[in-house]
Each structure stands twice: as structure tokens, then as C-alpha cells.
Design a protein around this ligand. Structure first.
Ligand code: PLP
Length: 474
């Protein structure tokens, strides 16, 4: 194919790397580039088209991340041969530069259905290491683990989390600012008791994480849905809709479920709003560890100069949701109040799993596990995207995305995502409707699909064919 056909236009409103990405997708869909075809190196394409290398690299990283390309080191980069295996290549329609992500209503307890959201790869959990560390803790059964646990969390785990957040998320905090909780709900409940009052109004992203929205509403808070656009939560709209809001709950690193990162201007705007209104920001950093191109963005909390951000993280995506371990990092000014509040709450439970997570982190297994999972998830995501493109290419748009553990596929205008997912769920599929995560009206529906447990391309293909059968039957 003629390389000049890939040339992006400088007059186009879309960023150059996305134009390039899109041109490649279109060339593959049109058969101008075939599975196995070698593509030019980043360096030669950049010089040929007179583009910055970083621009070409960003497009290639997306194409690799989404399964269109396979990077073979010294042997160069090729169009994924997998696309041929998946056959019938229909034309993929690629959406504009928003990305999806994340996880959600977790399905019935104990369930791991095809497309189930929010689960890590259960088959890749490092059972042996875990069993060894857990066994050692059980055998030692020190007096510490035999007495009443500290409801603020096990000391060694609080220290490990503080160290990890400093290195990985740019957050400067002491272990005393870290409170281990029973899942994200536990962190929200603690934050609510420390800084909020019954009936307080807060901004909530629309679309946004549906389970936490329900939890906050039933805890007696009022939520004002604030739309998100490609820069994240629209702060100006928030100020117009609920100027008296006392708090905002946001997913700035990887918006749940759309997947874009909150832009720096928006972050600064939000922080300034919180400072000048003496409002609180709850930052939900649930899956920032999984980013497939570029470096993970620092947490919003890392920019918090006035102590207005309460930061939450969870071990559900990076280890196992069954652990029910998450954490809340409070500003120094709220440490004493939080310390006092945890005494009225059940806390995160038994010391033993907390001690095992602490050992896992301290001994370097955590960092290794994350590195492994990043590669594995990039691969598994590519299985799903390739299957979606080959089986449903004309009916959906797979949105480009930078990270996370789910894929968002948009449906055509007028298609009812809720009815479709209800039919799919009745047939044993665990996907969800974007419409169920929204409060306001949407232009188009979408399907939220987990991919972490598709261990082979065939598994992804089988699940997507199953979904296609559900669509055909409607
Ligand atoms: C947006 C979001 N935040 C937080 C969480 C973490 O919840 P938990 O710690 O209760 O598993 C999830 C899990 O699915 C999520 O999707």
C-alpha cells in the first residue's frame, strides 16, 4: 500500500496520532493491509510522512494494544495474523478519541461469566506464592494476629500501601494517613462519616460507576449527575448544576466506564473549585495500574496542595475482589477524625489476609505480578477486540482505549443497549449496558465487556459468536 495514503491532515480537528491510527484500521478493514503484512518502522514512517516519532509511536501503541498489530522486536511490526484466523474480516468502524474502561456490578457472587466486568484474570493469580506467604503467616500466628485487629488496618500493610503510592502514583502520604477498608464501599463509608453530612449534595460522573452511585444515594447523600466529555468530568457544568455541592466523586485516571483520563486543566479546575468552596474530592483510582501505552498518569491526589482530596484504591483488580481489601488516604487535617471514626466501623476484618498482602508487596511479588498482568491483559484485550472486529465489525464501534480491564463497544444509533444486554445476560453472558451506568439521556448505547478471563483467542471468539447469535435473534 502507498504510505502517502496514511498521511494525516494538519487541518483536521482530530489529533494526528488518532488520524494515523484510524487510517491503519481502515486500510486493514479494506484489505489494503493483510494479516501478516509488515508495516514500516516508527522511525521510517515518521521520516516518510514528516511526523514526530512520538506521534507515530502513540498510534502504533494503540494498534498493538488493540490487537491490530503485533510487535515482533527486531523482526519488525506486522498486521496481526490473528485477524486472518478470526476470518470473515468485516469492516471495523472506529470511534473518535474517547476510551473506555473498568468494571462494575460484579454479577452474582462466585460468578465469572464470559465478558464479566471487574474481575482480574483468575487463572493468572499467583497461587503458589500466595499460598506460601499465607501459610507462613498462618503457621507463625503471632500474638498480633490472635488479638483484636486495628480497625484502621494492619500496620505493615498501611506502610506498604504508603510506599507503593509514593512510587507508583506520586502520592506523598504517611502510613498514618492510610486506612485499610472492606472494599471500596468501606472507603466511601469512611469518607462519608469523616467529611460529609446527611443530605449533602455531591457531583457524580455521568456515566459513572453504578454500584457506588447506589451506595451513596442509599447512605443519605444527594448526587448531581455531571456529564463527562473527552477531558473527563465537566467542572463548569457541575458548578452550574449544583453550585452548593459539598463533594465530587471522580475517576480521573481512567474514567469509569468511558475510559478517558481527566485533562490537566480540568484537574486544576476541580482542585480550585474544591479549595475555594471548601468542598471535598473523592478520587477513585480503581484500575490505574493497567495502562497499555504511555506511562500511567499520576493521581489527582499528587496535585492536591490544599488537602481537599480523599484518595481511594482497591486490591480487587490488582489481586482479587474476594479479598475485599481497599484503602482510603485522607489529608493530614482529617487524620485524627478518621482515626476516631474507624473505631465505630467493622474495619477490614482479619489480619491474616492483610499480612499476606503486605508480604506480597514488600517482597516485590506485587510489582512483578502487575508487570505480568499488564502484558497478559494487553494480549487478552487484543483477543476480544480482534473477535469483535471480525464477528461484529459492522454493527459496533470498538472505542480506542489506553488501559483498564474492559472494552466499550458502541452500538449504532437507535439500538437499545439495555434490551440487548438483558437478552445476553439471560443467555449466560456477563456484559453490561452503558445505558445502565447513565442517568442522563445518551446519544448512543454501548456494551461494556470484560476480557481478562479470555485465556485464548478461541474463548473470546466463542463468546463473541454467542453474543452475535443473541443479536441475530432480536
Ligand atoms: C469504578 C470502580 N471503583 C471501585 C471499584 C472497586 O470496588 P471494590 O473495592 O469494592 O471491589 C470498582 C470495582 O469494580 C469500580 O469499577
Amino acid at each position: 500500500m502507498d504510505i502517502q495514503n496514511l498521511k494525516p491532515s494538519r487541518d483536521h480537528c482530530e489529533p494526528i496520532y488518532l488520524q494515523l491510527y484510524r487510517r491503519y484500521c481502515e486500510a486493514i478493514a479494506a484489505g489494503k493491509l493483510k494479516p501478516g503484512d509488515r508495516v514500516p518502522s516508527v522511525r521510517s514512517l515518521a521520516s516518510e510522512l514528516n511526523l514526530a516519532r512520538g506521534t507515530v509511536e502513540a498510534a502504533y501503541q494503540m494498534l498493538v494494544g488493540e490487537g491490530y498489530f503485533v510487535a515482533r522486536g527486531a523482526a519488525g511490526t506486522v498486521v496481526s495474523p490473528q485477524l486472518a484466523k478470526l476470518a470473515g474480516a468485516t469492516r471495523p468502524r472506529i470511534a473518535a478519541h474517547r476510551a473506555p474502561n473498568a468494571s462494575s456490578p460484579q454479577g452474582a457472587p462466585g460468578e465469572a461469566l464470559p465478558f464479566q466486568l471487574g474481575l482480574p484474570a483468575l487463572d493468572a493469580f499467583p497461587r503458589k506464592t500466595w499460598a506460601r506467604l499465607a501459610g507462613r503467616n498462618l503457621r507463625a500466628l503471632e500474638a498480633m494476629a490472635m488479638t483484636y485487629p486495628d480497625p484502621a488496618g494492619y500496620g505493615a500493610l498501611r506502610r506498604s500501601i504508603a510506599t507503593y503510592l509514593g512510587i507508583a502514583r506520586g502520592i506523598d502520604c504517611t502510613p498514618e494517613q492510610v486506612f485499610v477498608t472492606a472494599g471500596y464501599h468501606g472507603a466511601l463509608e469512611l469518607a462519608r462519616r469523616v467529611v460529609l453530612q446527611d443530605g449533602d449534595t455531591g457531583w457524580y460522573e455521568d456515566p459513572g460507576y453504578v454500584l457506588a452511585r447506589r451506595f451513596l444515594l442509599q447512605s443519605g447523600l444527594r448526587l448531581e449527575p455531571v456529564p463527562v466529555d473527552d477531558q473527563g468530568l465537566d467542572v463548569v457544568r457541575g458548578m452550574q448544576r449544583a453550585p452548593d455541592a459539598r463533594f465530587a466523586v471522580v475517576t480521573p485516571t481512567h474514567q469509569s466506564p468511558m475510559g478517558m483520563a481527566m485533562s490537566l486543566p480540568r484537574r486544576l479546575e476541580l482542585l480550585e473549585w474544591a479549595r475555594s468552596n471548601r468542598a471535598w474530592i473523592v478520587e477513585d483510582d480503581y484500575d490505574s495500574e493497567f495502562r497499555y501505552h504511555g506511562r500511567p498518569l499520576p493521581a489527582l491526589k499528587s496535585l492536591d496542595r490544599h488537602g481537599r482530596v480523599l484518595y481511594t484504591g482497591t486490591f480487587s483488580k490488582v489481586l482479587l475482589p474476594g479479598l475485599r481489601l481497599a484503602y482510603l488516604v485522607v489529608p493530614e487535617s482529617q487524620m485524627a477524625r478518621t482515626r476516631a471514626q474507624v473505631d465505630y466501623l467493622p474495619g477490614p476484618g482479619s489480619i491474616l489476609p492483610q499480612a499476606t498482602v503486605a508480604d506480597f508487596m514488600e517482597q516485590g511479588h506485587f510489582a512483578r505480578h502487575l508487570r505480568k498482568m499488564r502484558l497478559l491483559y494487553a494480549e487478552r484485550r487484543a483477543y476480544l477486540v480482534a473477535a469483535l472486529v471480525s464477528e461484529l465489525g459492522e454493527r459496533i464501534e470498538v472505542q480506542p482505549q489506553a488501559g483498564g480491564i474492559h472494552v466499550l463497544a458502541r452500538l449504532g444509533a437507535g439500538q437499545d443497549d439495555r434490551a440487548l444486554t438483558a437478552a445476553a445476560q439471560a443467555r449466560g453472558l456477563g456484559l453490561q449496558a452503558l445505558g445502565d451506568w447513565r442517568v442522563g439521556r445518551a446519544d448512543r448505547g454501548g456494551l461494556l465487556m470484560g476480557f481478562t478471563n479470555f485465556a485464548t483467542p478461541e474463548m473470546a471468539l466463542a463468546a463473541v459468536r454467542h453474543l452475535r447469535a443473541v443479536m441475530d435473534a432480536r
